[in-house]
Design a protein around this ligand. Structure first.
Ligand SMILES: [Mn+2]
Length: 416
């Protein structure tokens, strides 16, 4: 067997994220773009040091579908060392890269338009055979398929549409397997941007309803094909979904953190060594991400401001993105001198202060209603004296909607 090919598997660079941070006066560039540029630059540097043969990008280059020229320039600039080293790059499009209307360009289409040697843009399922001195590699690209959702948009329940879209992914996967055929000794990598059942979302992705509506494939479905390694993008947390089974199915995660809720998570890329029938892989932490810190301090006692300052003084806040949660006794939020707290954090890059009540307030708790309980809840509500006479008509009107809601699984059955 020939030497394994070394592959850089990276994704979700999301250039253009601007939460936290500010315009950097020295460069005129937003500080978060500089952060992401530094992380991607470091990833490329580490990958080249490891002697990679190919660089496979699994989608979401930019945060916005129409990235600004500065973001495009910085992304291209970050990738250039790969091309200078003769490393072929495949850019598979993610949901953030997709144009919002048919006929419009994807954000990475410029590379295809210019026919940049060594760069392949995959915005539709296709198989590519790449060449490098250490041997060829077949790449089966499975980009995010927004059109599949759009086509199925107006029929059936959300769940039915989701299943229809997943069926399109499965069909594409089957076609890719047929197209690869018998690769003989040539290693094959499937590169996809999609949601896999049972995968763990990053904390900031939890709030997004898109993931709830997205089609999902199982790990097992993704393993059915002639691939030796499955390189995924879309979820920002590094994770290996295949456990010990082959081929490995891996999300490499994003190169930097988007939200402070991700403060405790490492960011980087995956180095995979792939030969026909065998792949080993490891996560590489870029270790240059801007520090983030979410800190809860009890602002209590005779001098709550001092209590907070005493805790803050124990750390170096230089360049840190900070979210400070000040827990005060109920009704005593104003007792903390916020100006002094902010000045103690003056060297931080971004500060947000959130107040929390230590003693429970007498507010109405949020009630979580399971889809299966919705009809009973609605009936009970419509039994109010002022609505009782219209109850049957309103129930009838609500029926199609109820059917749709009840077709959705209860939250505890959800996999992500
Ligand atoms: Mn994505």
């Amino acid at each position: 067997m020939s030497d394994p090919l070394r592959i850089m598997h990276f994704a979700d660079t999301h250039f253009g994220v601007e939460n936290y941070g500010k315009l950097d006066i020295a460069t005129g560039i937003h500080s978060r773009l500089l952060d992401f540029r530094r992380s991607l630059g470091r990833a490329v540097e580490l990958a080249l040091q490891a002697g990679i043969d190919y660089a496979l990008f699994a989608g979401d280059a930019f945060h916005l579908q129409a990235p600004r020229p500065t973001e495009q320039r910085e992304f291209a600039d970050a990738l250039r060392p790969l091309l200078e080293a003769g490393v072929p790059i495949v850019l598979v499009t993610g949901n953030h890269d997709m144009p919002t209307a048919r006929g419009r360009a994807a954000s990475v289409d410029i590379y295809r338009a210019l026919r940049v040697p060594g760069v392949t843009v995959a915005d539709a399922p296709a198989v590519y055979t790449l060449q490098c001195p250490r041997g060829p590699l077949k790449v089966a690209a499975l980009p995010y398929m927004s059109s599949s959702l759009a086509h199925a948009d107006d029929v059936g329940t959300i769940r039915q549409r989701q299943h229809a879209a997943a069926a399109l992914y499965r069909k594409a996967l089957g076609n890719l397997a047929v197209e690869v055929g018998d690769p003989k000794e040539c290693p094959v990598v499937l590169v996809g941007h999609l949601l896999v059942e049972g995968a763990t979302l990053s904390p900031w992705q939890h709030g997004s309803s898109t993931h709830y509506l997205e089609p999902t494939l199982t790990v097992n479905e993704l393993q059915q094909g002639p691939w030796d390694y499955v390189a995924l993008g879309h979820l920002h947390r590094y994770q290996v979904l295949s456990l010990g089974s082959a081929p490995p199915v891996v999300y490499c995660g994003s190169v930097d953190r988007i939200d402070i809720a991700e403060a405790g998570e490492s960011r980087g890329f995956v180095l995979a060594e792939v030969s026909r029938g065998r792949a080993i892989h490891r996560f590489v932490d870029v270790d240059v991400c801007r520090p983030m810190c979410q800190l809860e301090i009890k602002a209590v006692g005779d001098n709550p401001t001092k209590a907070v300052l005493d805790e803050l003084v124990t750390r170096d806040w230089n360049g840190v993105i900070v979210r400070l949660i000040l827990a005060c006794e109920h009704g005593r939020r104003g007792v903390v001198d916020e100006a002094r707290v902010r000045s103690a954090l003056a060297s931080a890059q971004d500060i947000s202060i959130v107040y929390q009540s230590l003693t429970p307030e007498t507010t109405t708790d949020m009630v979580t209603i399971k889809p299966s309980d919705v009809r009973a809840q609605l009936e009970s509500y419509l039994s109010r004296p002022d609505l009782r006479s219209r109850k049957q008509v309103l129930l009838q009107t609500a029926e199609p909607l109820l059917q749709q809601v009840m077709a959705e699984p209860d939250e505890k059955e959800m996999t992500q």
